[in-house]
Design a protein around this ligand. Structure first.
Ligand SMILES: NC(=O)c1ccc[n+]([C@@H]2O[C@H](COP(=O)([O-])OP(=O)(O)OC[C@H]3O[C@@H](n4cnc5c(N)ncnc54)[C@H](O)[C@@H]3O)[C@@H](O)[C@H]2O)c1
Length: 320
């Protein structure tokens, strides 16, 4: 099959593109390199340096589907520059959906997020939980989910939205290199590499066993498996929404301790005030993905996730 991967020069898109290639598919990456890297595009994929808003220039009937990762995803930035998020994530996806329709490409897998739920009333979070995002990033992703639902119902698109919880780990040469980095595991690894002095813990008085926030970390390769399964499970006229997480929560302190064990570095920590809008616990109920996609994540162990991310971070710093 032939797939267009938007955002395939970024973290998750590059890993999924590599999985598609390894499964024998033909892959074209469309990425404007706004936050991605040319080196992130897997060898074997065709590359178009361009914007999703111009996707109509390149999409045609030869494509069997689109995997749509291209977006801005910095929560803090979305609060101070919301227009940037509405424009890229929502208007950009609206243009992409139009291009798919025009070209007769009728399959889409979309990167949604746990941020669509906001502060949960209950954990683990199921897909029918209330969606009350607490920042423009989450709101923009929720708006896209609504757009995709109506596109599926009105125009027969076969669509799956995958709501990722905390993606982590690496897959060979493909891993996380956001700039600025905002995700916990790569930040703690930067301390191990001597690139920052200490890791900040934002609040240690949450109602959790050790007082720090609890999150559901999912290996990026398990996430990639779900995308390939979603391409098979998508049905015309339907929009399936699935959470992707392991259902296990790890606290910030547990993550830091695991990085100490994996890297052998002491990892100094500093307790800072809570950040607004950080829920105490975010853990996924991923039963829908297991039942409807046949997804079975196999890399749930935190030490393994951290070890893969550590290997990637060390190789990256040797290259630079
Ligand atoms: N990383 C996570 O933990 C996480 C969690 C939940 C959801 N997501 C979602 O997954 C997707 C991928 O995240 P990531 O961590 O790989 O981010 P990333 O920033 O590494 O990748 C995004 C890619 O999209 C490209 N891009 C952005 N706007 C574009 C546009 N208008 N046209 C063409 N290319 C464009 C960027 O250059 C980049 O290569 C995003 O949609 C994000 O919202 C990520």
């Amino acid at each position: 099959m032939k797939y267009l991967v938007t955002g395939g020069a970024g973290y998750v898109g590059s890993v999924v593109a590599q999985h598609l290639l390894e499964s024998g598919h033909e892959v074209t990456v469309l990425d404007n390199l706004s936050t991605g890297f040319r080196a992130g595009v897997p060898a074997g994929a065709a590359f178009i340096e361009g914007d999703i808003r111009d996707a109509a220039k390149w999409l045609d009937r030869s494509y069997d589907g689109v995997l749509h990762f291209a977006a801005f995803s910095q929560v803090g930035e979305s609060v101070v520059k919301p227009e940037k998020y509405w424009d890229n994530n929502v208007a950009g996806t609206l243009a992409l959906l139009g291009a798919l329709r025009e070209a007769g490409v009728r399959k889409l897998v979309f990167s949604s997020t746990a941020a669509t739920y906001g502060e949960p009333e209950q954990v683990p979070i199921t897909e029918d939980a209330p969606t009350r995002p607490t920042n423009p990033y989450g709101a923009s992703k929720l708006a896209v989910d609504h757009m995709i639902t109506s596109e599926a119902h009105a125009h027969g698109l076969a669509a799956v939205s995958l709501r990722y919880f905390n993606v982590a780990g690496a897959y060979g040469a493909y891993g996380e290199r956001h700039d600025p980095e905002s995700h916990l595991i790569p930040l703690v690894l930067q301390v191990a590499q001597g690139r920052r002095d200490a890791i900040s813990i934002y609040g240690d008085d949450y109602p959790t066993p050790d007082g720090t926030c609890v999150r559901d970390y999912i290996h990026v390769a398990d996430l990639a498996d779900a995308h390939l399964l979603a391409l098979t499970a998508a049905n015309p006229g339907e929009h399936l929404i699935c959470n992707l997480g392991n259902g296990n929560g790890f606290s910030v302190r547990q993550v830091i301790e695991t990085v100490r064990e994996v890297t052998g570095h002491p990892i100094p920590e500093v307790v800072a005030p809570r950040r607004g809008g950080d829920p105490a616990v975010l853990v996924a109920a991923a039963d829908t993905a297991r039942e409807k996609l046949g997804w079975n994540p196999s890399r749930a162990e935190l030490a393994g996730i951290v070890a893969d991310a550590w290997e990637f971070a060390q190789n990256l710093s040797k290259e630079n």
